[in-house]
Write a protein that binds this ligand. Structure first.
Ligand SMILES: Cc1ncc(COP(=O)(O)O)c(C=O)c1O
Length: 441
């Protein structure tokens, strides 16, 4: 989409001339220029406005330009824009306390990083030092970030050209719609996936395994909500074999599922499965300033009371990021933003997407998700569940953009991931635009 206004053209030309983009062959890129945003909307320099149902990279949970977060960053900038991690700083302590309040029982400290990948990097390091073991088990259907160990812990295609770190083993998690285990019910899928994980642990040698690292709800892999009993079963295996359990909540955390954390949304019969470490980034401050971190259990934190933790970052606990966390978490609480995500998911998005599937059953194979975290699995044939061709995804994307909706696609899936502040009216409008786009195929 080549802009027409002077500013739009200039933004586009500068980008094409000088900016090197992620995960792409550079020559054919045609980036959309975004000039500004507010709430669930973004716009370009040419006067075109879009409903942002991507939340960018599924991180703008509080919506664009929330005044509480913007003002918190401005106020901190007037006081102290940077400080070394070794010093204490009020904004950092306030941010850590708020994160721990929301994580609940089982956690006592926060280590701040620059984003999600280095959160996983440091969680893996903690698990290895804590257990004295080195292997990390993670799922094939996963993304954990783009740094040394995090990208090798990743299961998807992005691991393969980056596979230099050692000690990583992958396994299949549960996914009833495309079961690796020939299961015929979620209960069977859960049981068989747990049996498979037990066999992987035994075959690798339990005494060599430091951590099981899983996305509580694998996100980019397709919003794969685990079946009942699965997380509890993984927790039991980790306990049985003395393995540290890490939940990667980088995408699923801080409101996306309608609770502060996805593991809280997945509590069964009032029982919450609590990991030893939680990694976070994205929604904690909606990405207004880059930040991430590791939420640490008392036992693992205590292991470094007398022993040096051999890790650190110049910008760990950066004050602008810390102020933005305080601003974001306070506003999310006082404005009921997490509760809104839960309600809108259960009452509007879920029923709306299922109605859309009923209208377009030949292409929408499955609707899954919760809160503001949904995926439509798009198929060429609902019987065989063969994924739609990339050309269909291309056509849908083009149609949605021309209708004024910024979508999020991953492989053969349309992810429906608006900010947590999305209104019922905005969801209704998005559902209408999705319907028009599917009808145009
Ligand atoms: C589950 C998960 N973990 C880790 C990451 C990496 O985070 P970052 O890009 O901030 O390094 C992502 C990014 O999409 C993610 O979705």
């Amino acid at each position: 989409m080549i802009p027409t206004s002077d500013d739009g053209k200039r933004a586009y030309d500068l980008d094409r001339a000088y900016v090197f983009h992620s995960w792409s062959a550079q020559a054919a890129l045609d980036p959309m220029v975004i000039a500004g945003g507010s709430g669930t909307r973004v716009w370009d320099h040419d006067g075109n406005e879009f409903l942002d149902f991507s939340s960018q990279l599924v991180n703008v949970n509080i919506g664009h330009q929330h005044p509480a977060v913007r003002d918190a960053i401005k106020a901190q900038a007037d006081v102290l824009t940077t400080v070394a991690p070794a010093h204490a700083n009020l904004a950092r302590g306030e941010a850590a306390r708020r994160i721990l309040d929301r994580a609940g029982a089982g956690f006592s400290k926060v280590f701040f990083t620059n984003g999600g990948a280095d959160a996983n990097e440091n969680a893996i390091r903690m698990a290895r030092l804590y257990t004295g073991r080195d292997k990390v088990l993670s799922m094939y259907r996963s993304y954990h970030g783009n740094t040394g160990a995090a990208v090798v812990a990743t299961g998807d295609w992005r691991r393969v050209p980056n596979e230099y770190a050692r000690g990583h083993v992958h396994f299949f998690g549960p996914f009833s719609y495309r079961s690796e285990f020939w299961s015929s019910s979620p209960a069977e899928e859960s049981e068989r996936a747990l049996h498979h994980l037990r066999r992987v642990i035994q075959s690798e040698g339990a005494a060599s395994i430091a951590a099981i690292l899983i996305e509580t709800i694998p996100g980019t892999a397709g919003v794969l909500v685990p079946p009942p009993g699965y997380l509890a079963g993984v927790r039991a295996l980790a306990d049985e074999f003395g393995i540290v359990l890490i939940f990667d909540e980088v995408m699923a955390g801080f409101g996306r599922t309608g609770d502060w954390f996805a593991f809280q949304s997945l509590a069964e019969d009032g029982a919450t499965v609590v990991p030893d470490l939680i990694t976070f980034a994205k929604g904690v401050n909606s990405g207004y300033v880059p930040v991430g971190g590791v939420i640490i259990s008392p036992a693992i934190a205590a292991a470094f009371d007398e022993t040096v933790f051999p890790g650190g970052l110049t910008y760990s606990g950066h004050p602008l990021a810390m102020a933005s966390i305080v601003g974001a978490l306070d506003a999310m609480e006082t404005e009921g933003i997490v509760a809104n995500a839960k309600r809108v998911g259960a009452d509007v998005i879920g029923p709306g997407l299922r109605a859309l599937q009923a209208k377009h059953p030949s292409i929408i194979g499955e609707v899954r998700g919760l809160g503001v975290f949904w995926a439509l699995d798009l198929v060429a044939d609902p019987e065989t569940r063969e994924p739609v061709a990339p050309s269909v995804i291309g056509a849908l994307k083009k149609a949605l953009l021309s209708l004024g909706l910024l979508p999020f696609f991953a492989d053969n899936r349309l992810h429906v991931v608006p900010p947590c502040v999305v209104t019922d009216e905005e969801v209704a409008r998005a559902l209408d635009l999705y319907d028009q786009a599917f009808s145009s195929l």
